[in-house]
Design a protein around this ligand. Structure first.
Ligand code: CU
Length: 108
């Protein structure tokens, strides 16, 4: 019993570390851990600045209504196959208080 109680603080620290990690890197993910996939239409592609302007549907996981806005993308190469007018699906994550597109592809 003594041994068990002694181990508990370590478990608490471990769980707290996991929670803070999840909060900082996956804030835009729903509870199941999978990134939310959002529908959008490409309005403008700016490969040089790694930005894409999207007319996006509501993003429930971050409580954002549907709107047209620019997003930073994780990697400019993600924009190579995209052009204005394309219908896409994408996922975003909150990185250093900034929304970053982590995945984007043509909608089927
Ligand atoms: Cu928005």
């Amino acid at each position: 019993m003594k041994k068990f109680l002694g181990a508990r603080p370590h478990l608490t620290v471990f769980v707290a570390a996991l929670l803070s990690l999840a909060a900082s890197t996956h804030a835009a993910s729903p509870a199941d851990g999978k990134p939310e996939v959002v529908k959008a239409e490409v309005v403008k592609v700016d490969t040089g600045r790694s930005k894409v302007t999207l007319k996006h549907a509501a993003i429930k996981s971050i409580k954002m209504a549907a709107m047209t806005m620019p997003f930073k993308v994780k990697d400019a190469a993600m924009l190579e196959a995209l052009k204005a007018g394309d219908k896409v699906i994408f996922s975003v994550a909150l990185v250093d208080d900034e929304l970053v597109v982590t995945h984007i592809q043509a909608a089927k």
